[in-house]
Write a protein that binds this ligand. Structure first.
Ligand code: KDG
Ligand code: MG
Length: 407
């Protein structure tokens, strides 16, 4: 099964996506997601200039060997651009292998451990009435677990709060199509004063059963995060995500010593090594990496198996900047690994789904990748061509005195 071509498609049906398509001599083709929000063209260049020339002529069935060839063979290791490029190749090769076998990918990964993947949806509101409407709308759509993000009094735009809520489809996309990144203002003390009251109100309105999640989005110091984790204990969160910037792995030990609120981290990580201290020290409860940014199905499986040894579960990253191809790859892993925790789910825009023809389903709060051979996603080139790339940046955060802060 020799590879005869590999092409990179950049398209922007509502937001930018980078997709790799690999085709074999017997006419099979596979897709991989290489989208890196706000830095899309860097991954495109890495693939086009340095990876595609290495692929043509290689054996498409040698998935692990190709992974090692691109990882070890480049000498320069890790980093989001490299690992997104490797992820795209790896995912496309798994797609081809599963198509060749005539099986959905999860069967090649060992078969299903569950009937579907519990998904959490993103509810948000600038204030409590908007938030409650958004939670109700998600419950009506079938979600059985809800992420809760709100505005903070005195602050303008806050991470995770949709521009329009209240029965409307949630369509929060932080990257804006502006020449320079939009700047947002941040005040951690105001946030810390506000958030426990939000969860108290949500529990009072929606009861004790509903799993609730919250994303701190890397903005607290370890001691601030410890304080928030403690303050949220009465509201029984499913997890507190990205309490601190994750590259300081030891910081999680301090948080852990102070609170029993479960901790999730890792959406900006790109390798199992980024988690070494976190996992072996049992400092977290969920790993948040994306298949798209962690070396694909092979990289993610390695990470989840390592985490599973320490009783740590999955919470694979799944916002709209993970393309339907990356999302499908996540769903096959969700079904196949024993230590599944939960799957993030933000519905893609209708335009995105015109370009990416998906087969995965959402029913009764559970996602299923479908039984189509391979990943179960196809790319419509004509539709993709109608949406050319548009430069977009994630926002930059500043404190009230102008200091740049983690966004
Ligand atoms: O591109 C940035 C987004 O992927 C990120 O802000 C989303 O934090 C996020 C989440 O938990 O989905
Ligand atoms: Mg997050």
């Amino acid at each position: 099964m020799r590879i005869v071509s590999a092409e990179v498609v950049v398209t922007s049906p509502g937001r930018n996506f980078v997709t790799l398509r690999i085709t074999t001599e017997d006419g099979l083709s596979g897709l991989g997601d290489a989208t890196l929000n706000g830095r899309e063209l860097a991954v495109r260049a890495y693939l086009v200039e340095h990876v595609v020339p290495l692929l043509v002529g290689r054996d498409a069935s040698a998935v692990e060997d190709t992974w090692q060839y691109l990882y070890r063979g480049a000498y320069w290791r890790r980093g989001p651009v490299t690992m997104a490029a490797i992820a795209a190749v790896d995912t496309a090769l798994w797609d081809i292998k599963a198509k060749a076998a005539g099986m959905p990918l999860y069967q090649l990964l060992g078969g299903a451990c569950r009937v579907g993947a519990l998904a959490y949806g993103h509810a948000s509101g600038r204030d409590l009435p908007e938030l409650f409407d958004s939670i109700r709308a998600h419950l009506e759509r079938g979600y059985r677990a809800i992420r809760v993000q709100t505005g903070v009094p005195g602050l303008g735009v806050v991470y995770g709060v949709a521009a329009s809520v209240g029965g409307q489809r949630y369509d929060y996309e932080p990257a804006r199509r502006t020449a320079l990144p939009v700047e947002e203002e941040w005040d951690t003390r105001a946030y810390l004063r506000h958030v426990p009251g939000v969860f108290e109100a949500v529990r009072a309105e929606f009861g004790p059963e509903l799993p609730l999640l919250h994303d701190g989005h890397h903005r607290m110091t370890p001691i601030q995060a410890a304080k928030l984790g403690k303050a949220l204990e009465p509201y029984d969160l499913f997890w507190l995500e990205d309490a601190t910037p994750g590259e300081d792995q030891a910081a999680l030990r301090l948080i852990r010593q102070h609170t029993t609120t479960p901790l999730a981290i890792g959406e900006v990580f790109n390798s199992v090594h980024d988690y070494q201290e976190l996992i072996t020290g049992r400092l977290i409860d969920y790993v948040r990496s994306a298949v798209t940014h962690t070396g694909g199905v092979t990289g993610m499986r390695r990470l989840l198996d390592f985490a599973g040894v320490y009783g740590i579960k999955s919470g694979i990253h799944g916002p709209t900047d993970i393309s339907p191809v990356g999302m499908a790859a996540a769903l096959h892993l969700d079904l196949a690994v024993h230590n599944f925790g939960i799957q993030e789910h933000m519905e893609h825009a209708a335009r995105t789904l015109e370009v990416f023809r998906t087969s995965f389903t959402f029913d009764g709060g559970l996602l299923h990748p479908s039984d189509a051979p391979g990943l179960g996603v196809e790319l419509d080139d004509e539709a993709a061509g109608a949406f050319p790339y548009e430069a977009a940046y994630l926002p930059v955060n500043r404190l009230r005195d102008g200091t740049v802060h983690d966004w």
